[in-house]
Structures are given as C-alpha cells and as structure tokens.
Design a protein around this ligand. Structure first.
Ligand code: 3HC
Length: 310
C-alpha cells in the first residue's frame, strides 16, 4: 500500500480518522486550520466583552453568578483553542498580534452592542445556539486537537444556550415591559446570528477545500438552515416572534423558508464598520497591555521551576 506521506494523509482523512500534530499534512491544511482555529479562539475572547458589560448590572445574584460562569467559560474556550492552534507550530503571541493588528478576524456577531439585560438572554439562546449548531459537526473534524477541544466546548455551550433560553422565558412571561424587552433583543440579534454561519455557499472562499479535508463537515447554508429549523419552534415556546415576515414552513423541502439576509451589512461588519468593532479591538489591546505583568510573572516562575528541576 502506498506509504508516501500524501497518500497516508489522504487515506487517513478518507477513513474518517484523525490527523495528529506529528503527522505529515499539506501546508494548506495546516494554514487553513491555524486560520480557522485562531479566529475561533479570538471570537471566544472578544465575545467576553459584550456579556461582561452586564455582570455588574445583573438583576439578581443568581443571574450574576450564571453570567460570570459563562464569561469565564468563554475565556477557557479561547485557551483550549489557542492551545490547539499551537500544536500546528504557531505561537499564541503571533496569533494575538494578528488579532490586534486586524490581520485575523473574530466572529462578526460580537460587533453588536448589548443594550439591555434581555440581550444576555438573546445571546445565550441565539448566539450560543448558533455556535452549537456550527460546532457539533466540528467534533468530527479531521484534525485531532481541534475535534477534541470541540467536545468539551460543546458541552459548556449547551449550558450557555439553556441559561439564555430560560432568561428569555422568564422575561417573556414577566410584565409587559419585560416581554417587550425580550422581543426587542430577539429582533436585534436574529439576523446577525444567521450571519455567524458565514457567507452563502456560492460566496464561501474556503468551503470546498475545507469540506474536502473534512474540517468543515456541512456547508454554511446547510448549518444556517438547520439553525433556523431549530429556532422557529423554540421562539413559539418562548412566546416571542422572529423578525422575519417571510418565515414559512415548506412542506416539500421539510424546512422553514426564510427571508433574504443583508450581506452588505455582513461584509461591512467584516470590513470593520460594525457598531462596536473599534471598541472591541481597543478594549482587547488594552486588556493585553494590562495583562503583560501576569504573563511576565508566569514566564519568570516557569523559568525558575525549570532551573530548580535542572
Ligand atoms: N464573522 C467573521 N468572519 C467570518 C464570518 C463571521 N461570521 N463568517 C465567515 N467569515 C470569514 C471567514 O473567516 C473567511 O475569512 P478569512 O479567509 O480571513 O478567514 C471569509 O469570511 C470567507 O468565509 P468562508 O465561509 O470561506 O470561511 P470558513 O470556511 O472559515 O467558514 C466559519 C466560516 C463557518 C465561521 C468557519 O470558520 C467556522 O466554522 N469556524 C469555527 C467556528 C467559529 O469560529 N465560530 C465563531 C462563533 S463565536 C463562538 O463560537 C463563541 C461562542 O461562545 C458563541
């Protein structure tokens, strides 16, 4: 049987087995994984900002404790993902430099503001819900460290989604003003959540190759449709409406038809013109500078440990 590295790589991927860090892999496979995993990690870290905005103003100790746990989880997700990216031979510092200088992206969704407490619920239900729909298939990605990081992340995302759903249900069944606040948040977060799945398949630069390498297991549009199908009955259970008058059940397709997405808005936000792009990056750079002393202390401590065990 052909033992040339390319052939072994192809056979491993074809057999739905895992490529591990020490295995030979095409340069393009390596660089596309660094690109995707790094941007995924950046999304987790930046995603802490919109929600952290409400930790000091949570309406009860219980809600505050849940929100703090969730924001801490996002930091942990960033940690697993930067570690997975490092197995491909890149350093965390290099990836953070790329984020801070705008040479790498983070998910468009985090460039929208969290205007009311209900946004915390809409983010949990819709944004973490979309993340689960997109990330469960990534547990079967061909690259071992990424797939394994996803298994734990998906478990924690389920808690994130449930707490958001429960928060919205409480508001929806509350006073009229609370119901209106929940509906307003869903109206603002629905379309940007659909954009999380990426551009339409025919405008997706990476999908074909990413699916051939079994990194991406389903196309952007397929997962977006799956997410809409999940959300429609959940919105009904919440007693809230989705802001899309074109939403109709299509018996033939067995899916919900939905209205056109504003792709001009999507590409505009990716270009840096979303409502919060500048704030998010400014806060991120500031946090990185403020945290320099922690990194230096940890590095000095590690060096002493190494010295002591020499
Ligand atoms: N926001 C920002 N950039 C996006 C985007 C979005 N919503 N959707 C697509 N893009 C970018 C892609 O990164 C690519 O740009 P690049 O070449 O500079 O990387 C370009 O738009 C073209 O898109 P493609 O469809 O060709 O790119 P991909 O094949 O990489 O598909 C993806 C995009 C579906 C987001 C895929 O990268 C992916 O599945 N990534 C892992 C999941 C992830 O990153 N999720 C972030 C959501 S936030 C989150 O999970 C945190 C949780 O706590 C909510």
């Amino acid at each position: 049987e052909d033992t040339a590295p390319e052939a072994v790589f192809e056979a491993t991927v074809a057999a739905d087995e895992r490529i591990e860090p020490r295995d030979w892999m095409p340069d393009g496979y390596r660089s596309s994984l660094v690109r995707q995993i790094a941007q995924h990690a950046h999304s987790e870290i930046i995603g802490m900002q919109p929600e952290a905005n409400w930790i000091t103003r949570a309406p009860s100790l219980r809600r505050k404790a849940i929100l703090m746990a969730k924001v801490q989880d996002e930091a942990g997700h960033g940690l697993y993902l930067y570690s997975a990216a490092e197995t491909l031979g890149t350093s965390r510092d290099a990836l953070l430099d790329k984020l801070h200088s705008g040479r790498q992206k983070y998910s468009s969704i985090f460039n929208y503001p969290t205007l009311t407490w209900a946004d915390v619920g809409a983010i949990g239900w819709l944004v973490d819900g979309a993340a689960i729909t997109n990330q469960v298939p990534l547990c079967r990605c061909s690259y071992g460290p990424y797939a394994r990081a996803m298994v734990r992340i998906c478990k924690e995302e389920s808690f994130h989604q449930r707490q958001g759903y429960e928060l919205l249900l409480t508001l929806s069944r509350g006073t009229e003003a609370q119901h209106a606040m929940a509906q307003d948040a869903v109206n603002r977060w629905w379309w940007p959540s659909l954009m999380m799945f990426g551009p339409p398949d025919d405008e997706s630069a990476h999908s074909a190759q990413s699916m051939a390498w079994k990194i991406k297991r389903h196309s952007n549009d397929e997962l977006r449709q799956r997410f809409v199908d999940i959300c429609v009955p959940q919105a009904e259970a919440l007693g809230l409406t989705l802001p899309d008058p074109d939403l109709t059940w299509n018996e033939e397709r067995g899916h919900w038809d939905f209205g056109p997405i504003d792709w001009t808005e999507f590409w505009d936000v990716l270009k840096g013109n979303g409502p919060c792009n500048k704030d998010r990056i400014t806060r991120r750079r500031q946090a990185h500078e403020d945290g320099a002393w922690v990194r230096e202390a940890a590095a000095a401590h590690a060096a002493k440990q190494r010295e002591a065990t020499r």
